[in-house]
Design a protein around this ligand. Structure first.
Ligand SMILES: Cc1cc2nc3c(=O)[nH]c(=O)nc-3n(C[C@H](O)[C@H](O)[C@H](O)COP(=O)(O)OP(=O)(O)OC[C@H]3O[C@@H](n4cnc5c(N)ncnc54)[C@H](O)[C@@H]3O)c2cc1C
Length: 374
């Protein structure tokens, strides 16, 4: 089996690593030219049943424990006046929940576990065409070409491989505007204290201002807004963002003012819930390519689990990859359906007019219904 993985994100790298542990080689084709080509984004909490399970399958649980930040699980939810609605503090020293890890640290942990020649960089896949017998001809930007027997699309939200299996369309579900604040303890100790070691969510009507502590001592600030018709360029200035949060406690909006550079807006998109396709020999999808969902804390976890599960299926059935892919896809569709439903519901709740009340209810254990039996 010559396996080509398009995309060296968390899903593609986990797949390559677990295959490698089973003695199966794969080549990862990644469009970015170097590890440092792009800032890798924020911190992720890895769930025991998905992201952490995948790392255990990858033989990297110990390294994860050394690199993770259990204290990063602390989170606080406040209203626009700064009043605390929810405050969760993990047990000090406990590793039992969902420890945080910076996405770049996690990506490097996976990359460093692979042989040097596994990831081929500067290879943006632009087309995959079936070969006359079986397998695929792959064409990359710049004219490079290669062939493979099995192609795995781990190429994220705007996957090129996805169109070989389904013609679903993405829908625009929210706008996210990001800012970054370096060296926060020294430069903005008040903001460091406000956010704490984990996450802060300031919840208003149809809008959220959030901030997250990263392991390198910086803060990542995110403004989430409902999908609307305004041009995205509207949000490229701090002034425009501050106007949106007019009337909020200035201690909260200081998170926008302190941003080190201009805000970076992006559209958040999702695939329809329940997307599935008929198995096609020699090709499949993992991660966002397979099931792009609103970002409420599941996508990376599920991408990694997809990678680990597909690798295990292929390793268990090396002479019949089509059956292995079918079994992986059936399991993945069943697992993802309720998670995509939940992610859509949570996203809508967080950007609703009653978000603060809904979120408090969501985080507060409800008393059991009185029994009507007997
Ligand atoms: C703001 C935000 C916050 C999030 N927070 C969380 C969180 O807290 N927890 C969580 O679990 N998930 C979170 N997610 C979701 C998570 O980021 C994704 O679900 C996850 O990264 C998917 O992994 P992936 O490997 O499928 O895709 P990606 O991480 O997108 O990786 C795809 C890789 O493929 C490469 N690539 C793309 N196209 C091509 C091509 N044509 N050829 C070659 N290479 C290509 C890209 O450069 C990239 O390296 C968040 C998402 C967003 C937007």
């Amino acid at each position: 089996m010559r396996i080509a993985i398009a995309g060296g994100g968390l899903g593609g790298l986990t797949l390559a690593r677990v295959l490698h542990r089973h003695g199966i080689d794969a080549v990862v084709y990644e469009r970015e030219a170097s590890r440092s080509a792009r800032q890798q984004g924020g911190s992720l909490d890895l769930h025991p049943e998905s992201g952490q399970q995948a790392l255990a399958d990858a033989g990297l649980a110990g390294r994860f424990r050394s690199a993770a930040r259990p204290e990063g699980e602390e989170h606080r939810i406040v209203d626009p006046t700064g009043r605390t609605l929810v405050h969760h503090e993990p047990q000090p020293g406990s590793f039992s929940g969902r420890p945080e890890i910076d996405r770049g640290v996690l990506r490097d942990l996976l990359l460093d576990s692979l042989p040097d020649d596994t990831v081929v960089r500067d290879r943006r896949l632009v087309a995959a065409t079936p070969r006359p017998e079986e397998g695929w001809d792959l064409t990359f930007q710049g004219g490079h070409r290669t062939t493979c027997d099995i192609l795995v699309g781990a190429d994220g939200a705007r996957s090129v491989v996805r169109s070989l299996l389904t013609d679903v369309r993405l829908s625009y579900v929210a706008t996210l505007v990001e800012l970054h604040i370096e060296d926060v303890d020294r430069r903005h100790p008040d903001l460091a204290e406000l956010v704490g070691p984990g996450n802060l969510w300031c919840v208003g009507v149809n809008q959220i201002l959030a901030a997250q502590r990263l392991g390198d001592g910086s803060l990542r600030v995110g403004v989430s807004l409902r999908a609307e018709n305004r041009p995205i360029d509207t949000y490229r200035s701090k002034r425009a963002l501050l106007d949106i949060f007019g009337g909020w406690d200035p201690r909260l909006t200081a998170l926008i003012e302190a941003g080190d550079s201009a805000p970076r807006p992006r559209l958040i998109e999702a695939m329809p819930i329940g997307t599935r396709w008929a198995t096609r020999p020699g090709v499949t999808l993992i991660g966002d390519a397979a099931h792009l969902m609103p970002p409420v804390g599941e996508g990376a976890n599920q991408a990694m689990l997809d990678g680990a599960e597909l690798a295990s299926r292929l390793a268990a059935n090396p002479t019949d990859p089509e059956s292995a892919i079918r079994a992986y896809e059936e399991g993945m569709f069943t697992r993802i359906h309720p998670i995509a439903e939940m992610s859509t519901r949570v996203q809508a709740m967080m950007l609703s007019p009653t978000a603060a009340d809904d979120i408090v209810r969501f985080f507060t254990p409800q008393p059991a219904e009185p029994s009507t039996a007997g």
